[in-house]
Design a protein around this ligand. Structure first.
Ligand SMILES: Nc1ncnc2c1ncn2[C@@H]1O[C@H](COP(=O)(O)OP(=O)(O)OP(=O)(O)O)[C@@H](O)[C@H]1O
Ligand SMILES: [Mg+2]
Length: 343
């Protein structure tokens, strides 16, 4: 028998007179008693803890599941995907969270309806403006034939051209905003595209003594819409040429997938100009947004170039962002996924 145990016996006599002895072994002393109780207590507490953890987990899932779902939908809508809704099954819940999901989806429906009506209106107005503008151009030509060279006519011609360009860009923006996917992505050599844009822009930059250089490139092929991608990248490069200081360079870099980003081709465009105030960096991708600052050069832009670029890049599943480069100038980074399937 172990030292810390003691044996106890109890003598009893049955009704028939037979003697019995009940024997048992018990732990000796208060410490042993305590040890037995503590281990039972630990097991019971662990079980209780486990049970309450399971109950808490289930409860948390029940309460936070819809909130997380709502948050994910809100983030995607904020990113421009207006057709996204919270999981409709959650509206079956007969509690406040179910009501909240229902109200959120109704609000998203209304937003989408209002925004698409506005886009359609913008498209229709732009479209309708084209016909009188074409007639004005014809009338202008007739007038020029009659009165010959005239500076007032030159001014009218310049402004009608500008209006025409603005309307063309507006039509492009609204068309792109209404498109949810690319119609016909085809295989294209991104490196050739970048080199060709750079060579055209370099010609333009020479007027100011500047250059457009491709500082790094590698052979990358991807699927995409050639003309949309061309105009998107061109918008960024032409902005850089317009804003870089005279006699400075605009540097374009094309990188293939890296260790930290295996999925994308990365195009960066950097100029040596005044850059954009930090608090306005995100706004320059909004339609008609132009940075107004007394120190900036007089700009003739409409404010639609980057919003077109942003939409084109998003249609390709990519991203675009702008930051101020170290030293001076703007650095625009475009990421284009290489996994897009061709049509
Ligand atoms: N490289 C840059 N350096 C400094 N500011 C820039 C640069 N690129 C864009 N911006 C600012 O962002 C604004 C929006 O650019 P965006 O290309 O959309 O319009 P825009 O060039 O003014 O007109 P558009 O391209 O329609 O002819 C510009 O008006 C300018 O203020
Ligand atoms: Mg522009």
């Amino acid at each position: 028998m172990p030292n810390n145990m003691m044996r106890m016996g109890l003598r009893v006599t049955s009704q028939t007179g037979l003697p019995y002895i009940f024997a048992t072994e018990l732990p000796v002393g208060p410490r042993a008693m305590l040890q037995t109780n503590v281990s039972a207590l630990v097991i019971r507490s662990a079980l209780a803890f486990l049970m309450s953890a399971i109950v808490c987990y289930v409860l948390a899932q029940f309460l936070t599941g819809p909130i997380l779902n709502l948050r994910a939908a809100a983030l995607r809508i904020t990113a421009g995907d207006l057709g996204v809704r919270a999981d409709a099954r959650l509206t079956q819940r007969k509690d406040e969270l179910g009501d909240l999901v229902l109200d959120f989806n109704r609000m998203a429906d209304t937003n989408q309806r209002v925004i698409s009506r506005q886009r359609q209106l913008l498209y229709d107005v732009s479209h309708e403006l084209r016909s009188p503008l074409t007639r004005m151009n014809v009338a202008l030509d007739l007038l020029r034939n009659r009165v010959g060279e005239d500076s007032a006519l030159d001014r009218i011609e310049l402004d009608t051209e500008r209006l025409n360009e603005m309307i063309g860009r507006l039509l492009t923006v609204t068309k792109l905003e209404n498109a949810s996917t690319l119609l016909n992505p085809v295989p294209l050599a991104l490196s050739d595209l970048v080199r060709s844009i750079a060579s055209d822009a370099d010609f333009e930059a020479q007027r100011n003594g500047g250059t457009v250089r491709v500082v790094n490139t590698c052979d990358i092929s991807m699927n995409g819409d050639y003309s949309l991608l061309r105009s998107a990248i061109e918008n960024v490069v032409r902005n850089a040429v317009r804003h870089t200081e005279p006699n400075t360079s605009v540097d374009i870099q094309l990188d293939g997938p890296t260790k930290t980003d295996r999925a994308n081709a990365i195009i960066t465009v950097r100029d040596h100009g005044e850059g954009v105030p930090e608090n306005e960096l995100a706004n320059i991708f909004e339609p008609f947004y132009r940075v107004i600052d007394a120190d900036r050069k007089d700009e003739n832009g409409v404010g639609l170039g980057l919003s077109i670029t942003d939409r084109v890049i998003r249609l390709h599943g990519g991203t675009i962002e702008a930051s101020n480069a170290i030293g001076c100038g703007l650095l625009v980074t475009i990421r284009l996924p290489l996994s897009l399937q061709s049509a």
